[in-house]
Design a protein around this ligand. Sequence first.
Ligand code: ADP
Ligand code: MG
Length: 731
Amino acid sequence: MSEEASRRLMDLAAVDLARLRHVGPKRLEALEKLGLDNVLDLVNFYPRRYLFRGARVDLSDLRVGEEAAVFATVLSSSARRTRQGRALVELEVSDGDETIRISFFNQSWRQRQLPKGSRAIFYGTLSEYRARRQMVNPTVDVVQGELEEGSRQRTSGTLAIYPATARVGLSSWEIGGLVDEALRRAGPLEDPLDVEWREQWGLLDRTAAYWEIHQPSDPERAIAARRRLVFDEFLRLQLLVALRRRRLRHGESGVAHPVADLDLDASTPSTQLGLLGRFLRAHPFTLTDAQRRVLEEIAHDMAAPVPMHRLVQGDVGSGKTLVATAALVMALAGGRQGALMAPTEVLAEQLYAALRRDLALVELEDPAVLGSWRPARVALLSARVKAKERHAILAGLARGEIDVVVGTHALLHEEVRFARLGLVVIDEQHRFGVEQRATLRDKGRRASAEGRDPDLLVMTATPIPRTAALAVFGDLDRSTIDHLPPGRQPVTTTWIREPTDEAQVWARVRAEVEAGRRAYVICPLVEESERAEATSAVAERTRLATGELAGLSVGLLHGQMSSHDKEEALSQFRSGEIGVLVATVVVEVGVDVPEASIIVIEDAWRFGLAQLHQLRGRVGRGRDRSECYVLGPAPSADARERLEALERVSDGFALAEVDLSLRGEGTLMGARQRGRSDLRLGNLVRDVEVLELAQRAAERIAERGLFAEGEWAGEIRTLIEPDEAEFLFRS
Ligand code: ADP
Ligand code: MG
């Protein structure tokens, strides 16, 4: 590529990672595990933090209670078990002047990762234990090669630390090298912003921003680079949202579902009720006022020929599933299909079971045979489904023989087609981005013979502040389920600070299980390694089953288990065959076992507040009084405030405010988003200033007439891919 011609950023998406000089099959596989498929993904894979040569801390300067990164060599290591039976790996490390101890709990694999002589950067808080200076469970980045020689990366004296690298067996060091090569070979990148705008808003140019985010020479430049890239993310999002709104306003491109009988008059005979009416009457629950109000809003949208685009917010346990099910019934009543997308397989399985159970309450009129009725057909598309069955499901959907399909993001797959998709429901929306939403809608449009947009309903328990809502959900109307079903008792939350007090917690677990209820034990979240998380859950289960909880039936659930084993564990827990479920955060969202009345969260400081609230939401779903115990010390002031807030506040929305004020940022978007228009760097709370700039830029772009039908020149072209633009523009 020549120096003069600048390259479109999006063109990098077409360059395979295998084209990079140092990428062979093994590295390719590791990169894939990080979700990186091409060079664009790679340059958009940003460092989590940096180690600046100037700012690198000497151990001798570090005071107890301070958080820092130290670059040190392992002098020795040993492994043993604590008196409570936890695996403990202890290292002696030195930075040349001083030696400290590093302790890892429940991470026995650290001994293999960090043999004597290896060098790594340890991030953590310096503490003191029995007069020894130490770090407990720090974040680790193994360093290979020399820090100070060679390429620009090495000479800049800055080490960029990339996330999740240990999990896939790549060091930050290696990733930095690949990024360096990718950026060098890409050369100058086209910039969608005029110099004028950049100067006015103090933004770096795009090429510089990419170099500086990966290889900043000092912290200020990293901040400047981030600001520019955040701007790009927001601008892209704003344009997408603006384009969508425009297209939606185009008129009657949606499905007008025949919607009736929401106000059920008790005296109406069942025979005169429509499908929804019969469903609601047959269902064992009476809708709460909040559920009814939200369902009315949905019904109103669904009846109209304009495509529905609605976000339903409701705290954990507020009963979003029933609302979604009723909406699906409305779609079925008009002879349409429905799709329900869940963020995890565990949740998809559960929703599938619930839908099968609930939809069995009503029968559909069979258009093929006038006056005859048939049960609704519900299918599950998950990793667990075998090829043959999968083919049958795909064919059934395409022919319109399956009424409702439930699945994970597998539903987004190219080969999934529908005959007459009328409604898409996305559960726990914060896990899915704007882009996935657009894909599903587009799928519906392509799928249905009439080329109509399916209605879209997204559900989330995550409270979303206004700024965020405008940016990411600007294309959605909102409804809120603002109270819980009757009979709920607040969950009592207790933080157990001292290990010596844990015995009483296990006694409570035993009592609850012996009384026929169920208990969750959530195992520590170990940064960087899913496998390590699984290991810690496995070890903890053994420890509990042979120790404190001996005699109870203790099961296991973690992400590394096969789908089949996961489902089995959960159904045994549901039926009570298993009384205690030792689990990782796979149960974090949505899992609904009303008999569970106690949850114990170990090493709770490792979890964010929103996550803790989600976990706590696994109990208190029935009529039983429920308890939540969070265990472990708080190694920082921030962690202490989080755990205290959890003890004090039970309402999710109130807690979200606390979270925002504590952290200055939300966990709004979750960490696992993938699509290209998702926010990777941008933070909707912290970066409001940049968000506003991006909004202004989007307006100016619109004023220039670049939104004209079928045309995407200049700015937009470098921000949105042509195929993406194509479906945005199609009417
Ligand atoms: P979430 O909003 O967290 O997704 P769910 O839909 O899983 O909540 O509902 C939580 C629990 O409340 C479930 O056990 C569900 O069966 C129950 N539930 C839902 N609606 C009602 C209602 N109207 N009356 C009583 N219980 C309800
Ligand atoms: Mg739910």
